[in-house]
Write a protein that binds this ligand. Structure first.
Ligand SMILES: Nc1nc2c(c(=O)[nH]1)N[C@H]1C(S)=C(S)[C@@H](COP(=O)(O)OP(=O)(O)OC[C@H]3O[C@@H](n4cnc5c(N)ncnc54)[C@H](O)[C@@H]3O)O[C@H]1N2
Ligand code: MOO
Length: 401
């Protein structure tokens, strides 16, 4: 591990390594696009809205018929889902939200701004004053004209985007293929979570589950393998080589610091990867290693301590995987929170501290015994990122699980 650090903060390390990672180019169409990354811009197939439509339930009127001294006869109905009827001069037409505006109709009056009788209405004086051409009318193409690009390539398909896709008739958009992730945990003391009779020197493999949970929250990730390897150099080399062939991203935990069995850095270098950083000024996670594989894949070797592995997978792997998945805006913009109290001590490192949301823009730190405290981590909503030598309550960025 190099000291001084190759980068002074997590963002610089992320930006530097991101430049060398390969970004997916292969595409596919999917009828289940939620959470995937759009590979091509989407163009409006028709004006949106397709015609002038009413924004309210009420009455369509010509401006010349707007006056306060008479009842206006209602000449007919203009419902949505039908071509608009003709509108006679000197009359209003009953119109409904979303219905197409008939020829000659210049404004819509909301029905609550009228006094309604059986076959006529009287418009309230204040409404007559305020009504202008276009009142409560949505104009054809005001959202987008046919042929306009309404969604850019590189957009994450959120629930909001699915609605827009459906509106423009795109049911199976072209998206980038999924990013393949391999998870390799290491350590002779680590046993499967199913294990029931453990020796005191054994512990269950929580890192494999944490990493899988974090990456699987992204619909554009496919976990192709998750494997546990003992601290044996040859087994580790074989597992890393295999993972690099099978996956775009290899996430490892354990064996990355300074112990006699910490083969991970050497094995990664021997696999032909270029190590961009080994050690960053962060806590937890100081021994973290980031490398770029021979084909531009990401290798992130996270410290074995469970809180460290979880936080740093979330902090480093997720934005980089977003970049590799083709997302245009891949660097996250976490919300700022203010803590309910100043920090008890300062450290010369970027601290990532487990925290719980207590209200809008407010959080409290979760008491924790350190980077092995999975009990504290389960009580947290995420972690706040505090700059070196700071003890102020913030505001600080908070990443939520
Ligand atoms: N001399 C030094 N020693 C250590 C340093 C250092 O800078 N100098 N850094 C410390 C820090 S910080 C961390 S974090 C750990 C990271 O070490 P490793 O990545 O080599 O991790 P291990 O030693 O393999 O394991 C640490 C800890 O985590 C447990 N573990 C490992 N894998 C799993 C898993 N899959 N699921 C659950 N728990 C796991 C393991 O049993 C250990 O208790 O190094 C410090 N030492
Ligand atoms: O990364 Mo270590 O987790 O600071 O204990």
């Amino acid at each position: 591990m190099n000291d001084p650090f190759a980068f002074s903060d997590p963002e610089s390390a992320l930006l530097a390594i991101s430049d060398d990672l390969s970004v997916v180019t292969e595409t596919e169409t999917t009828d289940d696009p939620l959470g995937r990354v759009l590979a091509r811009p989407v163009l409006a197939d028709r004006d949106s809205p397709a015609a002038d439509v009413s924004a309210m339930d009420g009455y369509g009127i010509r401006l010349e018929d707007l006056n306060d001294d008479r009842d206006l006869p209602v000449s007919g109905q203009c419902p949505p889902g039908a071509a608009p009827p003709e509108m006679k001069p000197g009359h209003v037409i009953r119109i409904f939200t979303g219905a197409v505006i008939p020829d000659g109709c210049e404004a819509v009056i909301k029905r609550e701004d009228t006094v309604e009788s059986t076959d006529s209405i009287r418009i309230l004086a204040a409404t007559i004053e305020s009504t202008v051409a276009g009142s409560h009318i949505r104009r054809a193409g005001e959202n987008a004209a046919a042929g306009d690009a309404v969604l850019d390539a590189g957009r994450l398909i959120s629930p909001a985007v699915t609605a827009s896709l459906a509106n423009f008739g795109v049911t199976a958009p072209e998206v980038f293929r999924k990013i393949r992730v391999a998870i390799l945990t290491t350590g002779d003391e680590v046993v499967a979570p199913e294990a029931t009779s453990l020796d005191p020197w054994q512990l269950r493999n929580s890192n494999s589950v944490a990493l899988r949970s974090i990456v699987s929250q992204q619909a554009f990730v496919q976990v192709v393998t998750h494997q546990h390897v003992i601290d044996d150099r040859q087994s580790l080399s074989a597992a890393v080589a295999q993972a690099l062939l099978a996956a775009d991203v290899v996430l490892m935990t354990g064996g990355v610091s300074k112990g006699d069995y910490d083969y991970v850095p050497d094995v990664i270098a021997e696999a032909g990867a270029e190590i961009r950083f080994h050690g960053l000024p962060i806590r937890p996670g100081k021994p973290i290693l980031g490398a770029v594989g021979p084909a531009g894949g990401l290798i992130l070797a996270l410290p074995g301590n469970p809180v460290s592995a979880t936080i740093n997978c979330h902090r480093f792997a997720i934005p980089l995987i977003h970049k590799m998945a083709g997302r245009q805006h891949w660097m996250r913009q976490p919300a700022l929170v203010t803590l309910d109290a100043p920090l008890r001590k300062t450290i010369p490192l970027h601290a990532m501290l487990l925290a719980r949301i207590t209200g809008p823009g407010m959080a409290t730190l979760v008491e924790s015994k350190g980077s092995g405290d999975l009990v504290a981590m389960a009580k947290s909503d995420g972690y706040v990122c505090v700059s070196p030598q700071e003890d102020s309550p913030g505001p600080w960025p908070m990443f939520r699980w």
